[in-house]
Design a protein around this ligand. Structure first.
Ligand SMILES: [Zn+2]
Length: 291
């Protein structure tokens, strides 16, 4: 009995079919996925025998009305449920970091009952497992930590100033670099490639990002008291050792310092979370509102 899981990221979409295990993972650019969405979904529907799909998208999402707000596309408000409902009998939409937290909790290496999943990617977001339960919030957007104010500089896509995401996300880090050292980079990845070649001029930018990450992550630990923090997202996975300074975070933590590691499930963490939601639902465990 196979079904579909779709992880809609700001830059790429990951699609997995589940038949006991997660298998056959495909990757598309988010732009091309939405350009060909109906054709794509029609093909995918024929690959699974249960006409159900679990969809994760970067927050904030409007779960009831079925809208997502992708930060990187020309169209910044997309009705997601309608095209899926055309081809699938059942569609479940969830915030991607919430799914990832559940994925890490269910299938990851950690055995922590209090866990925070953090994505450092095009945007910054989190998902929280507290005392063994996924916390979703009133609108399924719990822990939009990228919009926590940590400085007085940096315009955020949401209209605010000094939000963590406005300074340290993959999308906004090049703007920070331009303000600090007057040089333009097409992407955070291009910035880090240049830095790792030994370009000392970029060091103050990296130090500033580390400072901001220390402030933000220690705030989160003091607020949520996790035993473990799992960090994912393309920047979180690729630049973990550079950007996460555990020693300095520990100095700002008022209680026990959690373990902080790169996500043990890597790029598949959100898809694994969707699989976990499906299995929870099949067992009819009552922890998850609407599931
Ligand atoms: Zn913001």
């Amino acid at each position: 009995m196979s079904y579909l899981c779709v992880d809609i990221g700001a830059t790429n979409v990951l699609i997995g079919t589940v038949d006991n295990d997660l298998e056959e993972i495909k990757e598309r650019s988010t732009e091309s996925f939405f350009r060909n969405i109906e054709k794509e979904l029609e093909t995918l529907r024929d690959k699974v025998d249960q006409k159900e799909v679990f969809v994760a998208a970067a927050g904030p999402i409007d779960k009831n009305e079925g809208y997502i707000f992708p930060p990187n596309l020309p169209e910044n408000r997309i009705q997601i449920l309608r095209p899926f409902e055309k081809f699938f009998e059942k569609v479940v939409l969830i915030n991607d970091c919430n799914a990832a937290a559940l994925g890490e909790y269910t299938y990851g290496r950690t055995s922590a009952e209090n866990l925070l999943y953090l994505t450092l990617s095009t945007g910054i977001g989190a998902g929280v497992i507290a005392d063994g339960s996924l916390i979703q919030g009133a609108t399924n957007n719990f822990a939009e930590v990228g919009h926590m104010k940590i400085a007085d500089e940096g315009e955020c896509g949401c209209g605010g100033t000094g939000h963590w995401e406005a300074l340290c996300s993959g999308k906004n880090l090049p703007r920070l670099a331009e303000r600090e050292v007057g040089r333009r980079f097409d992407s955070a990845q291009a910035f880090f490639e240049e830095y790792k070649k030994g370009d000392e001029e970029l060091k103050p930018v990296v130090e500033k990002v580390i400072d901001y990450n220390v402030t933000a992550i220690s705030n989160l630990i003091n607020l949520y008291d996790p035993a473990h923090i799992s960090i994912g997202g393309s920047m979180g996975l690729n630049q973990f050792d550079l950007l996460v300074d555990r020693g300095r975070i520990k100095e700002k933590v008022i209680h026990k310092m959690p373990t902080i590691e790169r996500s043990s499930l890597g790029k598949k963490v959100v898809l694994q979370g969707l699989k976990a939601i499906s299995e929870k639902e099949k067992r009819r465990e009552g922890d998850y509102r609407d599931f």
